[in-house]
Design a protein around this ligand. Structure first.
Ligand SMILES: Nc1ncnc2c1ncn2[C@@H]1O[C@H](COP(=O)(O)OP(=O)(O)OP(=O)(O)O)[C@@H](O)[C@H]1O
Length: 324
């Protein structure tokens, strides 16, 4: 088969620790299969990240797991509820932060949250709003207009809004798109603090540094789950070997190695090349003629999660084309 085999590490845990357990989830829109036979589990209190190219089915998968969308095939349980039958119960326990949060720019943070609590007819409205403001560190800004907030604070407010009904599961769909790096880091601290309290978090992201911060990851391409596991498992099971080579002029070397069998990926960083392959022995043979050149410095390197995903992306494109 292909080198993506072995990248699925199922989660073997007792039932009481399972937050999401789905089997064969499939969704079609028209004649297009957007999610194809998705089977996986998420542990309670885990931050689980979905990665994959645009339009690969991440949002659709997450929405099926949370009873927001009915699958065409497959079954499963979320927080112990059946995803086909108990959708109302699941929705009550899920907080969903969509890619575009509709906040009112001319209302303050407090007024926005109060408005959300109002439209959902929540009880203890004042108390819930106060708790969300405090929990998300919004106290000092509670009376500022939302329109004047930076992207990071807006996201924090959006998170506060979907925490008002005290959900057990959070769905965050690319929550930090367009947020500056410092605010992204703070936001992730918050996500981990919530997970530490036992809240399960499903998050979709395009950022590799965020993927590395998840407890476990699923990589989806063309609706298929191609990889599942902790960041460490994904790197280890990829079989990837990586070398770094430095020199004053690595252009000729780059051109030759790009064509060499065993070199699956070659990335240039200034005067350094990162050269990777899924077969360590074939890669070693490819670079052997260059290893003793005095003008080059070679170093065996740890493969990075990003390398694995870039490779998976290329691989899945090939598989997809073959399957057509
Ligand atoms: N309600 C719908 N009707 C028709 N097609 C849809 C619908 N929802 C999603 N799709 C299509 O299904 C595919 C997968 O969409 P989905 O939003 O799940 O992908 P994604 O991986 O979350 O992408 P992105 O990173 O861009 O959000 C896309 O081609 C999308 O256009």
């Amino acid at each position: 088969m292909n080198s993506v085999d072995g990248l699925i590490t199922p989660l073997d845990i007792p039932p009481e620790q399972v937050a999401v357990d789905v089997e064969g989830l499939t969704k079609r829109f028209g004649d297009k299969t957007v999610v194809d036979q998705l089977s996986m589990r998420v542990r309670r209190g885990e931050v689980f990240g979905f990665l994959g190219p645009n339009g690969s089915g991440k949002t659709t998968s997450i929405r099926m797991m949370c009873g927001l969308l009915t699958p065409d095939a497959g079954s499963g349980h979320t927080l112990g509820y059946d995803i086909l039958r108990d959708t109302a119960a699941i929705k009550r326990e899920v907080g969903y932060m969509t890619q575009r949060f509709g906040l009112y720019e001319d209302l303050t943070i407090r007024e926005n949250l109060d408005f959300v609590a109002g439209i959902y007819r929540m009880d203890r409205r004042r108390q819930r709003v106060d708790a969300a403001i405090e929990r998300l560190g919004l106290t000092a800004r509670a009376n500022q207009l939302a329109g004047g907030l930076s992207g990071g604070w807006k996201q924090r407010m959006a998170l506060a809004a979907c925490m008002l009904h005290e959900p057990k599961l959070l769905l965050l769909d690319e929550p930090t798109a367009g947020v500056d790096p410092k605010a992204r880091r703070d936001f992730w601290e918050e996500i981990h603090a919530l997970a530490a309290e036992g809240i399960t978090v499903l998050v979709s992201t395009h950022y590799m540094d965020e993927a590395e911060r998840c407890h476990r990851l699923g990589y989806i391409a063309y609706g298929r789950l191609l990889a599942l596991g902790t960041p460490q498992q994904l790197v280890a099971h990829s079989g990837f070997a990586t070398w770094h080579v430095r020199g004053n002029d690595v252009s000729a070397l780059a051109a030759t190695l790009r064509q060499a069998p065993g070199v699956d990926m070659l990335t240039r960083f200034g005067n350094t090349l990162h050269v990777s392959g899924t077969r360590a022995d074939v890669l070693a043979a490819a670079i052997a003629p260059w290893r003793d050149k005095p003008e080059l410095v070679w170093e065996a390197a740890e493969p990075q999660l990003e390398d694995v995903f870039i490779h998976l992306m290329g691989q899945s494109r090939d598989n997809f084309q073959e399957a057509r």
